[in-house]
Design a protein. Structure first.
Length: 389
């Protein structure tokens, strides 16, 4: 999905207007609306109207509000030059006239601004790409969900033990298909068939540090984890704090608000201390080394501040590195000028990390997806940083 296209920006803006008018517009409906606009285009008003109505409206009683909102939105925003969308946060106020309003201004009834005015704070995704998550407000976090849901978190596939049909000569002879063809041709072996190993997605395991030092970033990164869980079939999600908590099941709900509410109820150590080494030991003993981490892409979202013993963290990172396909550490503080991984936990973990990346913004998360998708298993350049530090 192209988040910089006029269709995407128009869809996000109009959905925000409908929400302000009291119409429930879930995230998945907006995504379908974007897809519909990419098919019908923005030139014909009727096409855009019915694309919006079919994808965004679920209740007949919302039709009247939708009609008035769309009429004003089309007049105000569709004709605006695309460059307007690229500007920083704007305030757009749309007035929806009441049904009894007369076209004659002299006889018009006073308008109740509380009931008939929809105030829209318009922030484009382009503006938010480089903005630090710590500076986000709640509205911007919801806007960022649109971008996160479009990210494709697909690592390089791995070979499966299952075999599949091979178009050309494969690694094994498919005796069943060959014999079936022989019987269909009166016993003549006209063609031989082959099978080859199939491929499947590598499991993605994501651990989020929810300690007090990560609080400014945890709320945004939790939404990123939700997008990963609902967008893939093989994702496991955990939180790290004073304890390890598995939240995969809570994040499977496609409604972001419900998923985050269920997660908050499940996790009891929000904004507390951090014992990374003990949490990783719990993961390795009960979840990781024997199953989840083996051959998986392992992503840790943490600033590296740890109250536990560094030696314990180093030992558990070594155990994890031996079985994981790749270990990626995402640190939101890495973008800070002059940053060096000097925190005890971060310094202990660095020798066992394959990739050390930023995680403070939407653009940093986009780069993270590229790291996850990389096929080569390269040694991390950040290990040199440790020796230099």
């Amino acid at each position: 999905m192209n988040t910089s296209s006029p269709a995407h920006k128009m869809a996000v803006a109009f959905a925000r207007i409908l929400r302000g008018a009291g119409i429930d517009v879930p995230l998945d409906s907006v995504i379908v609306f974007v897809s519909a606009l990419s098919k019908v285009g923005l030139e014909n008003r009727d096409d855009v109207y019915w694309a919006a109505y079919a994808t965004l409206i679920r209740r007949h009683e919302d039709s009247q509000i939708f009609d008035r909102a769309f009429a004003i939105f089309w007049d105000q925003l569709i004709a605006v030059d695309t460059a307007t969308y690229e500007q920083q946060t704007e305030s757009v106020t749309l007035l929806i006239d009441s049904e009894d309003t007369n076209n004659d201004e002299s006889n018009a009834a006073p308008v109740d601004e509380d009931e008939n005015t929809i105030a829209l704070r318009f922030s484009s995704i382009e503006t938010l790409r480089e903005k630090d998550f710590a500076a986000y407000n709640e509205t911007e976090l919801r806007e960022a969900e649109q971008f996160m849901s479009s990210l494709k978190l697909a690592g390089p596939p791995k070979r499966s033990l299952r075999l599949q049909k091979a178009n050309r000569k494969g690694s094994r002879h498919d005796i069943r298909r060959t014999m079936r063809a022989v019987l269909q041709n009166d016993g003549e072996p006209i063609e031989r068939y082959w099978r080859e190993p199939s491929t499947k997605l590598r499991r993605l395991v994501v651990l989020l540090d929810i300690s007090g030092s990560m609080e400014p970033y945890a709320r945004a990164l939790l939404r990123f984890m939700h997008a990963a869980v609902v967008g893939r079939q093989r994702v496991e999600a955990f939180t790290l704090g004073t304890r390890l908590t598995r939240i995969t099941r809570e994040l499977t709900n496609r409604d972001p608000d419900r998923a985050l509410a269920r997660t908050s109820a499940q996790v009891s150590d929000w904004s507390g201390g951090t014992r990374l080494g003990e949490c990783l030991q719990n993961f390795n003993d009960n979840w990781g080394v024997g199953s989840l981490a083996r051959g998986s892409i392992f992503v840790i979202l943490s600033d590296g501040w740890d109250r536990g013993e560094p030696q314990v963290l180093a030992e558990q990172m070594l155990r994890l590195q031996r079985v994981a396909f790749r270990v990626i550490w995402v640190n939101p503080l890495k973008v800070s000028p002059g940053y060096a991984p000097l925190a005890r936990g971060m310094a202990a973990a660095m020798p066992y990390i394959d990739d050390f990346v930023e995680g403070h913004s939407l653009e940093a998360l986009r780069e993270l997806t590229a790291v996850i998708a990389r096929e080569s298993h390269e040694s991390s350049k950040t290990r040199k940083v440790v020796s230099n530090a």
